[in-house]
Design a protein around this ligand. Structure first.
Ligand SMILES: Cc1ncc(COP(=O)(O)O)c(C=O)c1O
Length: 370
């Protein structure tokens, strides 16, 4: 068995349905950028649509092109979440889904889209307001002027208003309330200036799960759809993790006391130690310093520490003499009664679950199950 990421489609469907029920009348937009957070964009998008998502979102124009063959027959809209370089848009234009939508945050972004769209059908756009993330978005005081421009351009049509939350995954952080207030004020100003964005959206997963004031017309559902909590502070009970990664032991050896393992001789055996090799390395997304950080894998239902530096293609584990070549190794997920969760790996590596998921390398085959 080669190393495989098993994607539990029933878990994705369950997570989408659970959040769809939770957000009531708001639409669910399944965020499948970065190859569906490493799970496989097409497979996840298909399941999400079946489970009630009526929109898809991606980060780039090529990602939108990849979804066209699925989105068009399903009649689903695909939203590109930020403005993209002209060259990228130009190259992708002919292959975009028929219900493509773009986020617009600048005058030049709007004009570029308008000229690309002409003389074809009008392109619906969503104005993004910078309510405090300070990454992309029009300044709140300029939002209505940008809406005026969009309405005046012959090939664009104003469909949405959106923003993005910076700390929705920290329930005690009062900056979210400030962002909500700023967003609501922009919406009110826009409406009183005569604009009527039909689809207003602010919530990410944390907002969808915990902040009804952010639900508006649509929630953009990313990490929670994959069954992972946005942070340890957000209750993830009810969500089912969608990814499980397994491999198998490719070699076993006894290392004498005083010998070292792997490059740089960073780990020494203080007693005779059985070492198992697993054919998965940093090229597959297992960070080189995972052992130092305390990351473990499961073999025989038991936690086995990673020892020495992870190499490009292989990782060594401290095991015992019950382990033999061919034994299944669980890198992420449960085995027996124990589980190595994405959240645990992220915590030990000092990062966030998102980074662990999207780091799963292209060499690891994705297998849709369930
Ligand atoms: C603009 C935007 N909306 C929604 C999401 C989804 O966020 P989450 O995965 O926390 O649900 C992201 C993800 O980074 C994003 O950039």
């Amino acid at each position: 068995m080669t190393t495989t990421a098993h994607i539990d489609t029933a878990a994705v469907a369950h997570n989408v349905a659970m959040i769809r029920d939770h957000v009531g009348d708001s639409l669910v937009c399944a965020v499948v950028k970065a190859d569906g957070y490493g799970h496989g964009a097409i497979g996840v998008a298909r399941v999400a649509i079946e489970a009630g998502a009526s929109w898809l979102a991606v980060a780039t124009a090529p990602e939108a092109v990849e979804l066209a063959s699925l989105a068009d027959p399903a009649g689903v809209a695909v939203l590109v979440l930020s403005e993209r370089p002209d060259s990228e848009l130009r190259a992708a234009w002919a292959g975009l889904p028929s219900r493509i939508r773009f986020v617009v945050a600048t005058e030049s972004g709007a004009r570029t889209l308008d000229s690309l769209a002409a003389p074809g059908p009008t392109v619906p756009v969503h104005i993004k307001v910078d309510t405090g993330m300070h990454r992309v978005g029009v300044d709140p005081v300029d939002a209505s002027t940008l809406a005026d421009l969009v309405e005046s351009l012959p090939s664009l049509q104003l469909e949405g208003l959106c923003s993005h939350l910076a700390v929705a995954d920290e329930p005690s952080n009062d900056f979210t309330a400030i962002q909500i207030r700023r967003f609501d004020r922009v919406l009110a100003d826009m409406v009183s200036a005569g604009h009527d964005p039909a689809i207003v959206h602010l919530a990410n997963s944390a907002g969808a799960l915990t902040l009804p004031a952010t639900h508006h017309d649509m929630v953009r559902l990313g990490i929670a759809m994959y069954g992972v909590a946005p942070s340890a502070m957000i209750d993830s009970s009810g969500l089912r993790p969608a990814m499980r990664i397994t491999s198998e032991v490719s070699a076993v050896r006894l290392v004498e006391a005083g010998e070292s393992v792997s490059y740089g001789r960073r780990w020494y055996a203080d007693r005779p130690t059985v070492v198992a090799t697993v054919p998965v390395g940093y090229a597959d997304g297992i960070r080189r310093d995972s052992g130092m950080a305390g990351v473990e894998m499961l073999v025989g239902g038991v936690r086995r520490p990673i020892i020495g530096a992870v190499t490009m293609d292989q990782t060594m584990l401290m095991v015992d003499d019950s382990v033999v070549v061919g034994d299944e190794v669980t890198v992420i997920g449960s085995q027996g009664s124990d589980e190595i969760s994405v959240a645990e790996i992220a915590e030990r590596l000092g990062t966030i679950p998102y980074e662990v998921l999207v780091s799963v390398g292209a060499r690891i085959g994705r297998r849709m199950v369930g």
